[in-house]
Design a protein around this ligand. Structure first.
Ligand code: PLP
Length: 252
């Protein structure tokens, strides 16, 4: 393989016709750090910024073939997983990952769009936890996603957040980054929670701007740094600064 090929981040995710979230965000983020993307499209969604109008799931074998071809074509140094849509696609993604060379995997557990549509079947949540969590380096839920994944009401403080994250460790996750964007207050705090370790806080001033796709951006930026052998904490810190800069630039 040519030494001049930059590391690739394999993006396994859905498209969003508005460009506000999904693959468009993933590619622009990975490119911003000088890396290239390989791509496995899981679903095509028709969205405006106000609503989800249509979702076409890709057949699981098509997702698997895209992933295998990506691994065969280029040096995949990390995987970023976004929208998966169905239990069958989750199952397939998990089995391709389990049979590939191990690389860092960042999973943004996309359950819904802020434009108002469900992006993961209810029954798929269980498959996500059982099959995919054990293969992930990091899972990045926001507070509503953490509540749904742990089967608890929305957490209102750090103790509850840690309790809910611990339920996900029982399911096989090894590190959880709980995003505080849906909380209130002047500071948006993300918490990195790992078994047997003190939680690590990542603080940023809250920017009053409505921007979609920040979850996609954060997870892709973390994957791009992990692909370059940065530690988890450094990767998260740099990714958070990247998203903060984008939010600042989007202010009216
Ligand atoms: N649509 C697609 C295809 C996505 O992948 C995602 C998030 O990853 C979303 C929508 C949700 O993004 P947001 O909550 O920012 O609207």
């Amino acid at each position: 393989m040519s030494p001049h090929v930059p590391p690739h981040v394999l993006v396994v995710a859905g498209s969003d016709s508005s460009g506000g979230a999904g693959i468009v965000r993933d590619i622009e983020t990975v490119s911003a750090f000088g890396l290239r993307c390989s791509l496995a499209i899981t679903a095509v969604t028709v969205q405006t910024h106000q609503r989800v109008e249509r979702i076409e799931q890709m057949p699981p074998d098509l997702v698997a073939d895209q992933m295998r071809a990506a691994f065969a074509a280029d040096p995949v140094a990390a995987v970023k997983i976004g929208m998966l849509g169905t239990a069958a696609v989750i199952d397939t993604v998990a089995s391709v990952l389990a049979s590939s060379l191990p690389v860092p995997v960042v999973l943004d557990p996309v359950l819904a769009s802020s434009s108002g549509g469900q992006l993961l079947d209810d029954e798929a949540i269980d498959t996500l936890k059982r099959k995919l969590f054990p293969l992930c380096t990091l899972v990045t839920p926001n507070l509503p996603e953490l509540a749904l994944l742990s089967g608890r009401p929305l957490a209102s403080g750090e103790t509850e957040i840690v309790e809910q994250a611990e339920k996900l460790f029982a399911a096989g996750a090894s590190a959880i980054l709980v995003k505080g964007g849906h909380a209130t207050g002047a500071t948006a705090t993300d918490l990195l929670i790992q078994p047997g370790r003190e939680p690590v806080r990542f603080d940023a001033s809250r920017i009053a701007v409505a921007m979609r796709g920040t979850g996609c951006m954060l997870a892709s930026a973390i994957a791009a740094h992990l692909a370059q052998y940065e530690t988890l904490e450094i990767s998260i810190g740099k990714a958070k600064r990247h998203v903060f800069t984008k939010l600042l630039a989007a202010r009216p």
